[in-house]
Design a protein around this ligand. Structure first.
Ligand SMILES: NC(=O)c1ccc[n+]([C@@H]2O[C@H](COP(=O)([O-])OP(=O)(O)OC[C@H]3O[C@@H](n4cnc5c(N)ncnc54)[C@H](OP(=O)(O)O)[C@@H]3O)[C@@H](O)[C@H]2O)c1
Length: 238
């Protein structure tokens, strides 16, 4: 890649982990674009903290919206060097009760939407001759959570998608995944608290922990591809 700042789009960057990733990358010399779904005011605040980043809205459950988003990004921001697929949905259902609608609600964004974001970004990266994609998966894609079978399946799918796309799009594009454990923002419920107690490092992670892992993959040698890095305080080792 050239020595100009790398252009990176972070999806779901208005709040929480996505916000931490966007701000960290901006502070480390990346040219950042902020995507949001509904949280416009928070996205604009993140953009300010990134030093005046461009802001893009799209519903990632819709493939036509994803295509419009990436066309818009290309026109207003420039072809992407890097993409961080952070946006996702999370729900809890007993697997005996879950409906087709509940299932699609999760998979439309977490797996299908993320795939089409990867596809659109890769088309731009291929034209540049290089690119990096980081997919934010989850410990739930590695370990089974009984009341989140639908979410776990979407994140396990994302992990395999990461590995398959790394193979498909080499040598130009490196594709890796960061799998967060419990990342707390002062709103931990009983389930999260019990997972924190079980975490060998005896604490929840922070947005900064995830951001640093993402920055590693965006800056690492391109020889590192198809890898899944759990940032979970050791919980996946239990
Ligand atoms: N927090 C954790 O402990 C944890 C653990 C494991 C994995 N993860 C993963 O880490 C990532 C970030 O986690 P988080 O807790 O920070 O996420 P979050 O707050 O639940 O969601 C991040 C953003 O995704 C966006 N989003 C969801 N559906 C969308 C849609 N249809 N179209 C556009 N944007 C959409 C939302 O944007 P708007 O608000 O703008 O609508 C939301 O702010 C996710 O991939 C999550 O699965 C998190």
């Amino acid at each position: 890649m050239s020595s100009r700042p790398k252009r990176v789009l972070v999806t779901g960057a208005a709040k929480r982990i996505g916000r931490a990733i966007a701000i960290d990358l901006a502070h480390h010399g990346f040219e950042v674009a902020i995507h949001y779904g509904n949280s416009r005011a928070e996205a604009e605040e993140t953009a300010r903290e990134c030093g005046g980043a461009l802001v893009f809205q799209a519903d990632l459950a819709s493939v036509p919206e994803i295509r419009r988003l990436f066309a818009d990004v290309r026109t207003r921001f420039g072809p992407l060097d890097c993409l961080v697929n952070n946006a996702a949905r999370f729900t809890r259902f007993d697997p005996l009760e879950i409906t087709e609608q509940d299932w699609d609600f999760i998979h439309d964004v977490n797996l299908k939407g993320t795939f089409f974001c990867c596809q659109e970004a890769a088309r731009q990266m291929r034209q540049l001759g290089a690119g990096r994609i980081v997919n934010i998966s989850s410990l739930g894609g590695i370990r089974p959570w009984a009341d989140h079978a639908h979410y776990c399946a979407s994140k396990a799918g994302l992990i395999m998608l990461t590995r398959a796309l790394a193979k498909a799009w080499a040598p130009e594009i490196a594709v890796n995944s960061v799998a967060p454990g419990v990342i707390a923002f002062g709103d931990t419920d009983a389930e999260a608290q019990s997972m924190i107690r079980a975490t060998p490092m005896q604490k929840a992670g922070t947005g900064a922990d995830i951001a640093e892992a993402v920055r590693f993959f965006l800056s690492a040698p391109e020889f590192i591809t198809g890898q899944i890095l759990a940032v979970d305080g050791g919980l996946s080792q239990r």
